[in-house]
Write a protein that binds this ligand. Structure first.
Ligand code: FES
Ligand SMILES: [Fe+2]
Length: 451
């Protein structure tokens, strides 16, 4: 795809009606949500060969900062080197395989507690316990086994496959160009950074966030901001990945008055918490168009959508952020980005909410671990003071998610209860759920023919 000017980003995506539905299967077999055999295929044919997000670069600010990432029974050490580069290693001592690290920390070197072999943070074997007992050893041949690690948009990606193609190639130009203007690498977790076990398959989470159809049942409060009229949503298809957006625009004022739309924006923080910071500016702008009796009369060309866009641009500019790379569409609308296999993000200027789902370490396909984070774009000087620490929820159901996420949290686990039934053979998607169908089409391609 040719380079797209920032302002044309959404306009260059495809309206739903023009998507190639012949290439999509709308009947998805349910076995994939609860079968151990299916999960085993996913393990070897997807998770062991795919780039996956394993953290944020700012989790490892200094040389020697490390953390462990595990997927199924595979364990990796991710560590920042003295050259600033973040590397990944198989978490196993090259002597007799002892796991070197657990959790996270800061180290000058890794020392295996079994027979005291030591490895540098660059993975090189530095020394062995009692060299007199070991005799001569080829240190170069006994460094930690390295796996591909790279960063994009402030996220650390790892691929367990040593022969993986480069991350930039796996993401593709459109993903990189589409996300770069948002300056995700300058965003910080604010308000929510949570990991919790869920009673549903990891793909139920991905499905739930890949379509807007369910707002009619689960998030009806959004209907005065997003018009679900058929054909309104736009879709970008970028290799394994994709973007879908339903513009924050309600055209039919007979169904939803301008005043109701204004109220819809006021209620947006229930779904997009950081819209709260834009509301004072938004109210000021709206009030300019009220007459003495308080009645709202918007002149031609001014809509609730354009006012939200302007309020966002001004609020962010006043914070000292450079928003010149972002279009008006990006100021208002929340784009839904999906990076295969397990990363979903809603993003609008100044904020993002990310949702990742991982197969449960206990191997039960009816369970997963999700990691949800709200990010805010802040000038460097304010990041540390506003940063929210990671919460690992140990008592299920006790974390106070914001409204929309709580609604999804309840819904997904309820869906798994239904999907476990043997009598249920497949689910039936509708056209509005094209992004769900695409996700499963990509998954099926990996399972049939590993990349
Ligand atoms: S297993 Fe690590 S030093 Fe022996
Ligand atoms: Fe939802």
């Amino acid at each position: 795809m040719a380079q797209i000017a920032p302002g044309d980003w959404i306009r260059n995506t495809v309206p739903l009606d023009e998507l190639d539905f012949d290439a999509l299967n709308l009947k998805i077999p349910v076995e994939r949500y609860s079968s151990l055999g299916f999960q085993e295929h996913e393990r070897t044919r997807v998770w062991m060969i795919v780039w996956q997000i394993v953290g944020r670069a700012d989790e490892l600010p200094q040389a020697g900062d490390w953390k462990v990432y595990t997927i199924f029974d595979q364990s990796f050490i991710i560590v920042r080197g003295r050259d600033e580069k973040i590397r990944g290693f198989v978490n196993a001592c090259r002597h007799r395989g002892n796991a070197l690290c657990e959790g996270k920390g800061r180290a000058k070197r890794f020392t295996c507690p079994y027979h005291l072999w030591t490895f540098g943070i660059d993975g090189k074997l530095q020394g062995v316990g009692r060299p007199d007992l070991v005799g001569s050893i080829d240190k170069d041949a006994h460094g930690l086994v390295e796996v591909p690690v790279d960063t994009f948009a402030g996220f650390i990606f790892l691929n367990p496959d040593p022969d993986a193609k480069p991350l930039a190639e796996a993401l593709g130009r459109s993903v990189i160009d589409g996300l770069s203007p948002y300056k995700l690498d300058e965003m910080t977790p604010v308000g929510m950074d949570v990991r919790e076990e869920l009673n549903c398959n990891w793909k139920v989470v991905m499905d739930a966030f890949s379509e807007g159809y369910h707002i009619i049942g689960v998030h009806p409060e959004l209907l005065s901001v997003i018009d679900l009229q058929a054909g309104n949503s736009r879709h970008g298809v970028y290799g394994d990945h994709g973007m879908a957006v339903s513009p924050f625009e309600v055209k039919n004022t007979a169904n939803c008055s301008v005043e109701q739309q204004v109220q819809g924006v006021r209620d947006l923080p229930g779904t997009f918490p950081t819209v709260a910071e834009v509301l004072p500016m938004f109210e000021q702008m709206v009030n300019r168009y009220r007459d003495a009796a308080g009645e709202l009369m918007l002149p031609k060309g001014v809509t609730v959508r354009t006012l939200l866009q302007q309020a966002t641009r001004e609020t962010l500019t006043l914070k000292g952020l450079d928003v010149s790379g972002l279009s008006d569409d990006q100021m208002g609308d929340s784009q839904g980005w999906f990076l295969f296999p397990n990363f979903f993000m809603t993003i609008r200027a100044g904020e993002a909410t990310t949702i990742m789902a991982f197969p449960h370490p206990d191997g039960d396909p009816n369970r997963c671990v999700w990691h949800v984070t709200a990010y805010m774009w802040l000038p460097t000087a304010f990041r540390a003071e506003h940063r929210t620490d990671l919460v690992e929820v140990t008592e299920p159901g006790t974390y106070p998610y914001f409204l929309a996420l709580q609604q999804d949290y309840d819904q997904m686990q309820r869906q798994q209860v239904g999907l476990r039934n043997r009598g249920m053979k497949h689910i039936s998607l509708i056209r509005e759920e094209a992004s769900v169908a695409r996700f499963h089409a990509v998954l099926d391609r990996y399972l049939a023919d590993p990349a």
